[in-house]
Design a protein around this ligand. Structure first.
Ligand SMILES: Nc1ncnc2c1ncn2[C@@H]1O[C@H](COP(=O)(O)OP(=O)(O)OP(=O)(O)O)[C@@H](O)[C@H]1O
Length: 730
C-alpha cells in the first residue's frame, strides 16, 4: 500500500517516511478545516436567522473536526500489519485517506484492524507480522516485530526482529502522570473481545484490580461511537464514573481516541442543582438503595394530591360555591388518567375544578351566554380563596422539597412508607436542614420523574421529535454546502443542531442539560457500587437497555452496592445480560497481587482469579512502627519513594490512610509531592508507589482495604502499628 516501504524494510527510516506522510495528511486536513471555519466566521453574524443557524451548525461541526484532528496528534500511528497475501496496512487512532481517497491509515476500530489485537501465533488469521511503532512527537523511535507466521515470513524473504510482548511491558512500566492514558497500541486479546462485543443488551465485565476495566470501557465507548455512528450520533453515549476526581483522571482518553460524543458524569451529576455533602449510616443508605423505595416515593407524590376533610363554601359576589370533596376526588382521578407527572397534570386538575365551580355559579343565574360564562370562569380563577383551596389539593413541588419534607416529617413518612418497619422509618428521619447524601440521588431522580417540570418549566424537545421537514431541509443544506464529505454529518444531526437555540450545542451538551434525555448506550464504571434504585435511575436513561457495565464485586464499598452480579442484573435485564471476565492485572506487580488476594480471600471477599502481567523486585514492604511514630514513618516512606523515583524520571506517590489522621499527615508532610487520600477516594486511581497506613483501621470495610492495596504500579509500603489483618504479612 505504501510504495516507500518495500517488503524488506525493517528499519526506522522507512517507517519514519510513512509516519511523515501520515502527519502531512493530518496537517492538510486540519488546515482545510481551519480554512472552512475561517470562511464561515468571516461571513459574520449577518443574514436571516435561518442563515445564521446554518452557519452556526457548520461552524460547530468544523470545530469538532478540528478538535478531533488535534486530539490524535500524539501517537497517530502505532502499528503495522503485514499480511500473508502481501498486503500491508498501518493502524492508528483514526482512519486517513489521501486526496484520491486511497487509504493511508486504518482506524483501530475498523474490522481490518482487528487482527492487530487478536492475531496470535496459534491463530495468525492471515497476519504474517505485527509491528509496533513507538513514536515520540512525530519521530519514530523504535519498531518491534511480533512474527506470527514464521514460514510465511521466510518464504517472503523477511526476517523480523523478534520482540514478543515488549511494547506492552514498556507501556506498563511507564511512569504514571496522574491522568489515564489510552491503551490503543497494546490492547490485549481478552480485552479486545470485550471492546468489540455487539452493542445490543447488557455486557457485564468483571475483573480484579488493574485488569483494564476502565480502559476497556472507554475504548468500547469509542468503538461503539465509531461503528454505530448513525444510532449514537443523535442520542450520545453516557459514561458514569464514581467521582469527579475519577472523571478528571480519565477525561482525555475518549477525545484522544477521536471521540467527543460522550457525556461523562457521576450519578449525582445527572441530577441538576443539588449539592451532595451529607453522609449517613450504612443502614440508612442500604434502605434508601432498596427497590421498594420506588413505591415510597410514588406514594409520597400521591400524598401531595390531597382531599380536605370537609367541603368548603366560598362566596363570590354574594353567591355561594361549594368546593366539594367528591368533585376534588373526581377531578384528581381524571387528571391522573393520562399518566402525566404530578406538576404537569396539575393544570388539568385546576381547569376541571374551575369548570365545575363555574358550573355551580352558572346554575344560580338564568340564561348564561358564552361570554358571561367566560366572565364567570375568570372570576372563579381569580378568587384567592379558590386558588388557595385548589393549590392545597394539588401543590406543585420540587423533588428536593418533596424529599426534605418526607424525611423530616414523621407523619408524611408514616403515610408514604407504611411498608417499612418502624425501625427503618426511624433510620430515614432527619432534620429538614440536613444536606443531601449520595443515597438520596436516585430518590431525587425518581421524584423528578414522577413530578415533572414545575409549571413555569419550558416544554422540552429533543432530537427524536424532529419533524420530517426539518430533516429534509437539513439534507438540502448539506447538498448546497457540498462539503459534508469532510465532516461526515448526517441530516438528522445537522437538523437538530440547526434548530433554534441549539445550533451551537453538541449532542453531549444538549443531553447533559436535559434530565429526561435518553442515550443510545450507557457505560457504567465501578458498577458494583450502584444500588437497585441507582440502576432504576440509569435504566430510565436507556430504554433500549444497551449497557456496558464494568466493575469488581470484591471492591464494593457502598452499603447498597452489589457483591453478586445476578442480584443486581437479573431484575434489570432478566436473562439477557452476559458476563465476561478479565483475569490479568496490568497495573499491579505480581507480589502486590499476591498480597491483596491473600487478604481478600481471608476476609471472604468474592475475588476473581488474578494474574499479574509483570514482576517488580521487592514490590511489597512491611514496616511495623510504634503508634506514636505512625504518621512520621508514613511520611518518611513516602518521601523516600519520591526521591528514589526521581532518580528514574519521577513518578506519583500517594499515602492511603484512615481519614482521622489526614490532617496530621498533611501537617507533617509540608509541601512534599505526595497525595494523601482515603481508601474510598482512591477507587479507580493509580500511582507509581503507595504507602498504606494502618490497614487494620481501613479493613473495617474489607473492600476498601482491597482497593487501597491495589493502587500501586510499582511499590507498596505498608506502615502499621496495630496487628495486620488476616492474610497479610511478610
Ligand atoms: N492492554 C493494555 N496495555 C497497556 N496498559 C494497560 C492495558 N490494559 C490495562 N492497562 C493499564 O493498566 C492500568 C489499570 O487499568 P484500569 O484502571 O483500566 O483497570 P481497572 O480494572 O479499572 O482497575 P480497578 O478495578 O482497580 O479500578 C491502567 O494504567 C491501564 O492503562
Amino acid at each position: 500500500m505504501h510504495d516507500e516501504s518495500t517488503a524488506t524494510d525493517t528499519g526506522l527510516e522507512a517507517e519514519q517516511r510513512v509516519v511523515d506522510t501520515l502527519y502531512g495528511r493530518l496537517d492538510t486536513l486540519r488546515d482545510e478545516a481551519q480554512a472552512r471555519l475561517g470562511d464561515i466566521r468571516r461571513q459574520g453574524p449577518s443574514g436571516s436567522p435561518q442563515n445564521r443557524s446554518e452557519r452556526d451548525a457548520f461552524a460547530t461541526l468544523y470545530e469538532d473536526r478540528i478538535a478531533q484532528l488535534d486530539a490524535v496528534e500524539d501517537r497517530l500511528c502505532f502499528g503495522r500489519l503485514d499480511m500473508t497475501d502481501g498486503e500491508t496496512l498501518y493502524v492508528g487512532r483514526i482512519g486517513l485517506s489521501d486526496a484520491e481517497h486511497a487509504p493511508l491509515l486504518t482506524d483501530w476500530r475498523a474490522p481490518a484492524a482487528r487482527a492487530f489485537y487478536s492475531a496470535t501465533a496459534a491463530e495468525p488469521g492471515g497476519v504474517m507480522n505485527r509491528r509496533h511503532l513507538t513514536t515520540r512527537g512525530r519521530l519514530v523511535t523504535a519498531v518491534e516485530d511480533d512474527v506470527l507466521d514464521v514460514e510465511a515470513l521466510r518464504t517472503a524473504g523477511r526476517e523480523g526482529t523478534l520482540a514478543g510482548e515488549g511494547a506492552l511491558l514498556a507501556a506498563l512500566d511507564a511512569r504514571r502522570t496522574g491522568r489515564m492514558g489510552d491503551i490503543v497500541a497494546t490492547i490485549q486479546a481478552e480485552q479486545d473481545a470485550v471492546i468489540r462485543a455487539p452493542m445490543e443488551g447488557a455486557l457485564v465485565v468483571q475483573g480484579g484490580p488493574g485488569t483494564g476495566k476502565t480502559a476497556v470501557a472507554l475504548h468500547r465507548a469509542a468503538f461503539l461511537l465509531y461503528h454505530h455512528r448513525e444510532r449514537l450520533a443523535s442520542r450520545g453515549v453516557l459514561l458514569i464514573g464514581p467521582s469527579r476526581q475519577f472523571l478528571r483522571y480519565i477525561d482525555h482518553v475518549l477525545p484522544s481516541l477521536g471521540e467527543t460524543g460522550a457525556v461523562s458524569t457521576t450519578l449525582a451529576g445527572l441530577v441538576k442543582n443539588v449539592t451532595i455533602t451529607g453522609v449517613e449510616s450504612d443502614a440508612t443508605a442500604r434502605i434508601k438503595g432498596r427497590s421498594d423505595m420506588a413505591a415510597v416515593i410514588k406514594k409520597a407524590v400521591r400524598e401531595r394530591q390531597r382531599v380536605p376533610l370537609t367541603d368548603q363554601t366560598v362566596r363570590l359576589d354574594g353567591r355561594p360555591v361549594v368546593i366539594r370533596r367528591s368533585d376534588i376526588r373526581d377531578a384528581q382521578a381524571r387528571a391522573r388518567r393520562d399518566g402525566r407527572p404530578h406538576n404537569e397534570a396539575r393544570a388539568s386538575f385546576a381547569k376541571d375544578m374551575i369548570g365545575r365551580l363555574t358550573g355551580q355559579l352558572a346554575e344560580q343565574l338564568e340564561h348564561v351566554e358564552a361570554d358571561d360564562r367566560r366572565e364567570l370562569e375568570r372570576e372563579v380563577r381569580d378568587s384567592r380563596p379558590i386558588r388557595i383551596a385548589i393549590n392545597l389539593c394539588w401543590l406543585p413541588i420540587t423533588p428536593e422539597q418533596l424529599l426534605r419534607d418526607l424525611f423530616s416529617k414523621s407523619h408524611l413518612l408514616d403515610d408514604a412508607a407504611s411498608t417499612l418497619s418502624r425501625a427503618e422509618r426511624d433510620l430515614l428521619l432527619r432534620p429538614a436542614s440536613a444536606p443531601f447524601t449520595d443515597a438520596d440521588v436516585p430518590l431525587l431522580d425518581e421524584a423528578a420523574e414522577l413530578l415533572g417540570d414545575m409549571p413555569s418549566g419550558a416544554p422540552r424537545r429533543d432530537a427524536s421529535e424532529l419533524t420530517s421537514e426539518e430533516v429534509e431541509y437539513a439534507k438540502e443544506v448539506l447538498e448546497t454546502f457540498g462539503s459534508h464529505t469532510m465532516i461526515q454529518v448526517d441530516a438528522e444531526t445537522l437538523a437538530s443542531r440547526m434548530r433554534e437555540g441549539t445550533a451551537r450545542l453538541s449532542v453531549a451538551e444538549r443531553a447533559s442539560a436535559d434530565r429526561t434525555w435518553t442515550y443510545g448506550h450507557v457505560v457504567v464504571d465501578e458498577a458494583q457500587e450502584l444500588s437497585p434504585m441507582a440502576w432504576r435511575m440509569l435504566s430510565r436513561r436507556c430504554p433500549t437497555r444497551s449497557f456496558t457495565i464494568v466493575g469488581d464485586v470484591a471492591q464494593t464499598s457502598s452499603a447498597a452496592g452489589t457483591r453478586w452480579w445476578p442480584e443486581a442484573m437479573d431484575p434489570l435485564f432478566g436473562g439477557t445480560w452476559a458476563l465476561r471476565e478479565l483475569t490479568v492485572s496490568y497495573r499491579i506487580p505480581a507480589q502486590v497481587a499476591q498480597t491483596a488476594q491473600s487478604f481478600a480471600k481471608a476476609a471472604g471477599l468474592p475475588v476473581s482469579e488474578l494474574s499479574a502481567a509483570r514482576e517488580v523486585a521487592d514490590a511489597v514492604a512491611y514496616h511495623r512502627v510504634d503508634p506514636s511514630s505512625l504518621v512520621s514513618s508514613a511520611i518518611r516512606r513516602a518521601t523516600h519513594r519520591v526521591a528514589t523515583l526521581a532518580e528514574s524520571g519521577g513518578g506519583l506517590v500517594a499515602i492511603v490512610a484512615p481519614e482521622q489522621i489526614h490532617d496530621a499527615l498533611q501537617e507533617e508532610l509540608g509541601d512534599a509531592r505526595v497525595e494523601i487520600i482515603g481508601a474510598l477516594a482512591s477507587k479507580g486511581l493509580e500511582y507509581d508507589a503507595v504507602v498504606v497506613v494502618e490497614p487494620a483501621a481501613i479493613a473495617s470495610r474489607a473492600g476498601d482495604l482491597y482497593v487501597a492495596l491495589t493502587r500501586p504500579t510499582r511499590h507498596l509500603d505498608i506502615v502499621h502499628s496495630e496487628p495486620l489483618p488476616r492474610g497479610m504479612g511478610a
